[in-house]
Design a protein around this ligand. Structure first.
Ligand code: GDP
Length: 289
């Protein structure tokens, strides 16, 4: 079983004959748009395919499929694809609206890092909802990693301070921070993240740091609009795209990477602890088309 088996496939390459006609390109365009790739990204991808087909003297639909996989993978390669965890500790902040799978993602990544024998500390800095810390605690127990939390309504920056101190004292490798990080309004989010950032600057200067935006792939083009707003308000270093197993149309992953210029670093394909892994654009492209 491949990781992206539940992804909705764009079937055009299987259904088309062997000739690379204009009809073929038209239908390819249409199916990419239907798959949530977005107009601009679709036109650029198909234009690039045409260019490579000419340049590489490609004649068959099967060769064009392989070429399209490379075109998609290249379009999605927009920066460092892996998490920078080069310092001890490294800090990863997670932001995103409610329900996208933020807590689940942190639980899954914590579990994976732990199985790589890393010392992981979860930080429940989403103090806005009591349920958020409770849910994160369940994940911490499930994977046997430690968690730092405070009472509901506590200052998120204070929880981050506690986590930074604990990380130093316990020699943690990675601190995964769940933030309320929601976009009520841009200024709000910026203030919250700046405050957290200043604590990290002070307590863990020079640590490797990432800010991952968690996005629900089933929200399609709305997710893309949301991502653009988040990008303006926060310095995002990567995207986690969840729910690529359900009704999601996979083209949204390409549109997000390409239009935001931010790499997709993880993909989620289910609710289970192993249903998330570092994103591999080539594997994704092969599964999509
Ligand atoms: P949060 O509010 O952003 O912290 O979201 P949660 O982590 O609570 O997740 C919301 C719901 O989405 C839960 O029911 C999760 O099990 C589910 N979920 C998270 N990731 C995935 C995924 O990759 N695929 C599917 N099908 N469900 C997911």
């Amino acid at each position: 079983m491949g990781f992206f088996d539940k992804l909705k496939k764009i079937n055009i390459f299987a259904s088309f004959g062997s000739e690379l006609t204009d009809d073929f390109y038209d239908e390819l365009e249409e199916s990419l748009i239907l798959a949530d790739t977005g107009m601009d990204t679709t036109l650029e991808l198909v234009e690039e395919l045409r260019r490579r087909v000419r340049e590489e003297h490609i004649k068959t639909v099967e060769e064009a499929r392989e070429c399209m996989c490379r075109v998609i993978a290249d379009a999605m390669t927009v920066g460092e694809p892996t998490l920078n965890l080069s310092t001890k500790p490294a800090v990863v902040l997670f932001i995103g609206v409610n329900g996208v799978g933020k807590t689940t993602t942190i639980g899954k990544i914590g579990h994976q890092l732990k199985s790589e024998r890393k010392k992981v500390l979860l930080c429940a800095a989403d103090t806005f909802r009591a349920a958020a810390a409770e849910q994160l605690t369940i994940w911490a127990e499930r994977s046997g990693v430690e968690i730092i939390k405070q009472h509901e309504g506590a200052d998120p920056a204070a929880v981050v301070f506690d986590a930074a101190s604990a990380a130093k004292a316990r020699k943690a490798d990675v601190v995964l921070i769940d933030t309320a990080g929601r976009l009520h309004n841009k200024q709000n989010l910026m203030n919250e993240l700046n405050k957290i950032s200043r604590v990290i600057d002070r307590e863990l200067p020079d640590c490797a740091r990432e800010t991952l935006l968690v996005l629900d792939a089933t929200t399609g083009q709305n997710g893309l609009i949301q991502a653009k707003q988040f990008k303006e308000a926060a310095g995002i270093t990567g995207i986690v795209l969840t729910k690529l197993d359900g009704t999601a149309k996979g083209g949204i992953a390409i549109a997000i990477a390409k239009e935001l210029g931010v790499p997709v670093k993880y993909a989620g394909v289910g609710e289970g602890i192993d249903d998330l892994k570092p994103f591999d654009a080539a594997e994704f492209a092969q599964a999509l088309i």
